[in-house]
Write a protein that binds this ligand. Structure first.
Ligand code: DGY
Length: 324
């Protein structure tokens, strides 16, 4: 088997022309979330057998287009759930307790004298207020639910909104269902975990940000375009909300103008699943899915499993040589 790597530099994605050339050459495409894989690209090779995305999110791939062409697409679910939920909490706590600001203060040698008002933050547990804080979880899939479970340790009230998982929320025993506007109005912390779809694009925008409490903190580890980033910058500058912690950005790796200057924003470069063990497992899963695509077998993590019973898939595999 021959493996070709399209990416030449760690700080540069794969150029569209290199992607096209690579797709024409290969039997299976193993993609990262940084590579847009559209229908035209997939159609460039009638002998392609599948796409293995090394990520749980697959919004970079035109899955409907792939299905229409008879191509299975796979992802790497489950293995990164805990790692991503952990980072969500790291970000939430960092924003609430102003850890990055405190670190900068220390590293700049500004700590001269302890004071009772130095770098005051917000409690996540009831703390001094004695009031249970409200965590609003938007998107109650595997990661949203794992984030909600961790809130038990902080004695929080958890409410959740996900139009596709109302039954799961009701059955969770951890979270109670809330409509989106109600969730935004009641939450001290709002954490975003939906898939990026047409429905969730800019779900958080000027209108919805203005429904949040001025003391609330927004956390996004899902996909950048779920948030209208320009509106968020205004919300942070004008204190419609108290803070935000972001792992993902609308036009990643770029940031909306003004975001980096907001001292009430905690910003990290899409590292939610970046533990050594989890990234290792994701790579192995993506390789296993790729091998299944290559051998014309059902991929363990196909996101469009319906493709296997389609005429388009049957027509495609009938073109595979039997022995490779
Ligand atoms: C994914 O797998 O979709 C994550 O965003 C990677 O960190």
């Amino acid at each position: 088997m021959e493996v070709r790597v399209g990416q030449e530099r760690e700080d540069e994605g794969v150029a569209p022309s290199v992607m096209l050339e690579g797709v024409r050459w290969c039997d299976v495409l193993l993609s990262l979330l940084t590579e847009p894989v559209d229908r035209a690209l997939l159609a460039a090779n009638p002998a392609l057998r599948g796409v293995a995305n090394c990520a749980v999110g697959f919004n970079n791939i035109d899955v409907a287009g792939a299905t229409a062409l008879g191509l299975p697409v796979s992802n790497t679910p489950d293995v990164l759930t805990d790692t991503t939920a952990d980072l969500t909490w790291a970000l939430l706590l960092a924003a609430a307790r102003r850890i990055p600001e405190a670190q900068e203060y220390m590293k700049a040698g500004r700590y001269k004298l302890w004071g009772p008002n130095l770098l005051l933050g917000a409690d996540v547990s009831p703390g001094g207020s004695g009031r249970r804080k409200v965590l609003g979880v938007v998107g109650f899939g595997r990661i949203g639910a794992a984030v909600a479970r961790r809130a038990i340790g902080f004695d929080m009230d958890v409410i959740a909104y996900d139009p596709h998982a109302r039954a799961q929320i009701d059955a969770s025993g951890i979270a109670r269902w809330a409509e989106l506007d109600d969730l935004l109005e009641r939450s001290d912390f709002v954490t975003l975990h939906p898939l990026l779809t047409r429905e969730t694009h800019h779900l958080i925008n000027e209108r919805t940000l203005k429904r949040m409490k001025p003391t609330a903190i927004l956390v996004n580890v899902s996909r950048g375009p779920v948030v209208d980033e320009a509106a968020l910058v205004r919300a942070l500058q004008e204190r419609w909300i108290a803070g935000a912690a972001l792992d993902v950005f609308e036009h990643e790796p770029a940031m909306a103008e003004g975001l980096r200057e907001c001292e009430n924003a905690v910003l990290v470069p899409h590292i939610a699943s970046a533990s050594a063990d989890t990234r290792d497992k994701m790579a192995t899963m993506a390789a296993e899915n790729a091998l299944a695509h290559l051998h014309g077998k059902r991929a363990p993590n196909a996101v469009n499993a319906e493709v296997y019973s389609s005429d388009a898939y049957r027509a495609r595999i009938s073109r595979f040589p039997t022995e490779r």
